[in-house]
Write a protein that binds this ligand. Structure first.
Ligand code: S3P
Length: 179
């Protein structure tokens, strides 16, 4: 694999677990933008939101993405669910490599994130409406940012990782034919 692979999608889509699987298959390192932000800020995401606010968190997202643009190692990148929302971030993602949108249904998110306390944006009494609304709003943005879309409902991380690699092979093949 010559290019970075970047996983985008809503919270609970499986970006981290698919990323781990994909990184293992491709023998690459997994880089997680949320983890980079936590290291940079010296605190967990939920504390960044509580003490500095979402605006500050979004600025940190831009910063870590800019830093990733400078790295030369080929890696698998798992991104925070809101990172592709800024148009300039979407441009950076495209330049970084193959952008894969992990699509997920609201029901799956609610099931997967039941009892989760690490996502500040889902800490509300109306979590079902929130998830439905956000997926509706963000879906087209994720689609627009992506080179390939893979639906994740009912699939294991390994199956999803394999599908991503197959799609990449097909695309690479087509690119070769046109040369
Ligand atoms: C967010 C998603 C989270 C994290 C933050 C905001 C979002 O990451 O970046 O809580 O706006 O969707 P995950 O998608 O890894 O849960």
């Amino acid at each position: 694999m010559e290019r970075n692979v970047i996983l985008i999608g809503y919270m609970g889509a499986g970006k981290t677990s698919v990323g781990q699987c994909l990184a293992q298959c491709l023998e690459k390192r997994l880089v997680d933008t949320d983890q980079l932000i936590e290291e940079k800020a010296g605190m967990e995401i939920s504390r960044i939101f509580a003490e500095l606010g979402e605006g500050e968190f979004r600025k940190l997202e831009v910063e870590v993405l800019n830093e990733l643009m400078d790295q030369t190692e080929t890696v698998v990148i798992s991104t925070g669910g809101g990172l592709p929302l800024r148009p300039e971030n979407r441009e950076h993602l495209k330049r970084l490599g193959e952008v894969v949108y992990l699509q997920v249904r609201p029901e799956t998110v609610l099931k997967r994130l039941q009892g989760d306390t690490t996502r500040p944006l889902l800490r509300c009494s109306c979590v079902e409406e929130r998830v439905n609304q956000m997926i509706l709003e963000r879906g087209p943005i994720y689609e627009q940012a992506a080179d390939q879309t893979v639906s994740t409902d009912g699939k294991t991380p390994k199956e999803i990782a394999e599908e991503i690699q197959q799609n990449m092979t097909v695309q690479d093949g087509k690119a070769g034919e046109n040369k």
